[in-house]
Design a protein around this ligand. Structure first.
Ligand code: ADP
Length: 219
């Protein structure tokens, strides 16, 4: 199967780190920025990098953006440029357009003009870091809905040698441990007799409240 190709417009902090990571993951990436220095910095790393004004339709057409499977508009500060570029990418037929928003209002405008996904890197990272600061064992989490979360937690010393049966997260907090990552490998759907060791990583699913209570008891 052909691998997706990405065009990243705006090679600031977010755009450049996204572009570099996609290249690391083995994808073809065209980076576009109106600033020559930003393009120069990445010209050796990305598949292609061009200096171009992204709000100019003819320019976008000439660099062939419509041939890309996914376009990311990573322009933040200049909201007008972000919106114009997003509309142009959609009109030129880029299949999937993702855009970065600086504020809720900016995000709402992007949604109204038909962007496929809006990302709020600063806001989301702030929220993520806040959660990690108040829960030292929390490595990562995904909000499944308003009420339910999957969290990845490091097993603290106090749970070393405890089986899932003894810990009883389902009975005590209504949470299920769905996987344990041990140095020997990942155990999916662990049985009740499975024993935790300090520094294992457990993946737990439950209500936000249940997971919070669980975290509080294991700090
Ligand atoms: P970050 O916070 O991720 O660094 P910025 O908004 O500061 O994001 O950077 C966005 C990048 O987008 C800058 O490198 C800037 O030169 C580029 N950029 C802004 N407007 C345009 C435009 N109209 N065409 C092409 N590149 C642009």
């Amino acid at each position: 199967m052909k691998k997706s190709q990405f065009v990243i417009i705006g090679l600031g902090r977010f755009g450049s780190s996204l572009a570099k990571e996609l290249v690391e993951l083995g994808y073809e990436v065209l980076g576009v920025d109106k600033d020559e220095e930003a393009v120069q910095d990445l010209s050796q790393v990305l598949t292609h990098a061009v200096v171009a004004e992204a709000t100019d339709e003819d320019v976008l057409r000439s660099i062939g953006v419509r041939n890309f499977d996914c376009g990311v508009v990573a322009i933040g500060d200049d909201i007008q440029a972000s919106i114009l570029t997003t509309i142009l990418l959609k009109d030129l037929g880029v299949k999937k357009v993702v855009a970065k928003a600086m504020t809720e209002l900016h995000g709402r405008v992007l949604e109204k003009i038909g962007v496929d996904r809006v990302v709020y890197p600063e806001r989301d990272m702030g929220i993520r870091v806040a959660h990690q600061l108040v829960s030292p064992n929390l490595l990562d989490y995904i909000e499944l809905s308003k009420d339910y979360t999957i969290a990845e937690l490091t097993v603290p010393k106090c749970l070393n040698g405890k089986s899932l049966q003894e810990l009883n997260p389902r009975g005590r907090f209504g949470c299920s441990i769905v996987a344990i990552n041990k140095p020997q490998g990942v155990i999916i759907a662990p049985v009740a007799t499975e024993v935790l060791a300090e520094k294992d990583v457990m993946v737990i699913i439950g209500t936000n409240e249940g997971i919070e209570q669980f975290e509080d008891t294991i700090i």
